[in-house]
Ligand binder design. Structure first.
Ligand code: AMP
Length: 419
């Protein structure tokens, strides 16, 4: 029988990797809470329609990458490919708007896209994201981008490059779109098949096609800044000024577009670690999506957000960046009633917040100490019958083998001395 393996492009995250995950997730939770964000958890499965309407029918994500299926009751469902559409659905469904005029929500969780697997690109991956709902001023854009950059720096990742652009508003987008269609129609033979199709469906995406011939064809393409409304122009220039108050160095990249249709005005990416991540060096992507709340059935509500790929960040983190693991205390039992004593002493120690390993069946002291060694215990507590008569145990320093008898009511401080 062939061995069962997890699905291509998906991974087990093993216990040895968890201290890094916990470190990163805790840094993220602490930082975004300091900016007033609260956590939201939405289901991994949503109705397919949410993503088709929210992300856009002609995006690669919806067109090619989504895990969509019909369940046994013929409901059309999809594994979420990103977090924003779900957060906005939850915002509307639960009427969060009624609670405060501004909602600041963050999430951490798995996303699913059927992409070609590569280093830093998986079919199940984790995102940590944030959404700031209800403010249209560039102060919100600047604070959110500043928060993302601060997070990367808190993790010790230096040398990142922040790229920003404005995609303008839905009212001016058609003129820019037409200019692109006119421009690229003349260069049709240079474009890849996907981009020839995008000419009809989503011409902006031609600008960020990774095929070399398409990027060459795009070099002289019309510039988005010639098509921005006055309001969008001043929003973008306000943003640039405000970013310096957040100590963010940035580059304006007028050809940057992002893979989701819902963006309006500001979009941004943080790039870093190309030596490790290669083509997957976009570690965070985000932007403003002023139309999405309305598109999903709510009122016109300006919103901006971002999402980090956690695996990508982890690939860039040094080995020191991990949560410290508590040292283990091993409780061994010897003599008549030894196993029962280990249970009692273990409970006493866990109540004092120690991490405790104990045997599950009677065995020789030698074999129990061997297990203590294997579990990297720093202290072993030996609950023997003789000591039990004096309400005491023996504690053993696992580094040097030194032992002492300690009354049970002095156990906690004595163990702490050895840690
Ligand atoms: P997006 O939702 O496409 O804007 O992506 C936001 C971030 O999620 C990217 O910058 C990556 O860090 C991460 N990401 C997106 N797709 C993948 C993937 N297939 N595998 C791993 N990380 C991903």
């Amino acid at each position: 029988m062939s061995k069962l393996r997890c699905v291509k492009g998906m991974h087990d995250i093993l216990p040895e990797d968890m201290p890094k995950w916990h470190y990163l997730e805790n840094c993220y939770r602490n930082l975004v809470s300091d900016y007033g964000y609260e956590e939201i958890r939405t289901p991994i499965l949503e109705s397919l329609d949410l993503f088709v309407r929210g992300i856009g029918e002609s995006t690669d994500i919806v067109e090619k990458e989504m895990y969509a299926f019909e369940d046994k009751g013929n409901a059309k469902l999809a594994l979420r490919p990103e977090g924003t559409a779900s957060v906005i659905r939850a915002f509307l469904q639960n009427n969060l708007e009624a609670l405060t005029p501004v909602s600041k929500l963050y999430y951490i969780g798995p996303m699913f896209r059927r992409e070609r697997p590569a280093r830093g690109r998986y079919r199940q991956f984790y995102q940590a994201g944030a959404e700031l709902i209800g403010i249209e001023d560039a102060t919100a854009d600047a604070e959110l981008i500043g928060m993302a950059v601060t997070f990367v720096k808190t993790l010790g990742i230096q040398n990142v490059n922040v790229q920003i652009n404005s995609l303008g508003d839905p009212e001016t987008r058609p003129a820019y779109r037409n200019a692109l269609v006119q421009f690229f129609s003349k260069k049709k033979e240079q474009l890849c098949n996907d981009c020839v199709r995008r000419l009809d469906t989503n011409p902006l995406r031609i600008l960020d096609c990774k095929v070399e011939a398409c990027s060459i064809a795009a070099q002289e393409a019309p510039n988005v800044f010639d098509y921005l409304s006055d309001d969008a122009h001043s929003h973008f220039s306000d943003l640039q000024q405000l970013l310096s108050l957040h100590d963010v160095n940035f580059t304006v990249v007028p050809t940057m577009v992002r893979g989701l249709d819902y963006y309006t005005r500001t979009i941004f990416e943080i790039q870093g670690g190309a030596d490790i991540l290669g083509a997957q060096s976009t570690i965070v992507g985000g932007g403003r999506y002023n139309g999405l709340v309305k598109q999903l059935g709510g009122r016109n509500t300006p919103t901006i957000g971002f999402a980090f790929g956690i695996e990508r960040l982890l690939l860039l983190l040094g080995d020191n960046a991990k949560e410290s693991v508590k040292p283990t205390v091993f409780v061994a039992g010897v003599g008549e009633g030894g196993l029962e004593r280990t249970i009692r002493v273990s409970r006493q120690l866990r109540n004092c917040n120690f991490k405790v390993e104990a045997p599950y069946k009677n065995g020789s002291l030698r074999s129990q100490l061997k297990r203590a060694d294997k579990s990297s215990a720093v202290v072993a507590v030996i609950a023997g019958a003789d000591e039990a008569l004096q309400n005491a145990v023996t504690i053993r320093n696992m580094q040097n083998g030194e032992q002492q008898i300690v009354p049970l009511d002095e156990l906690e401080p004595k163990i702490r001395e050895l840690m």
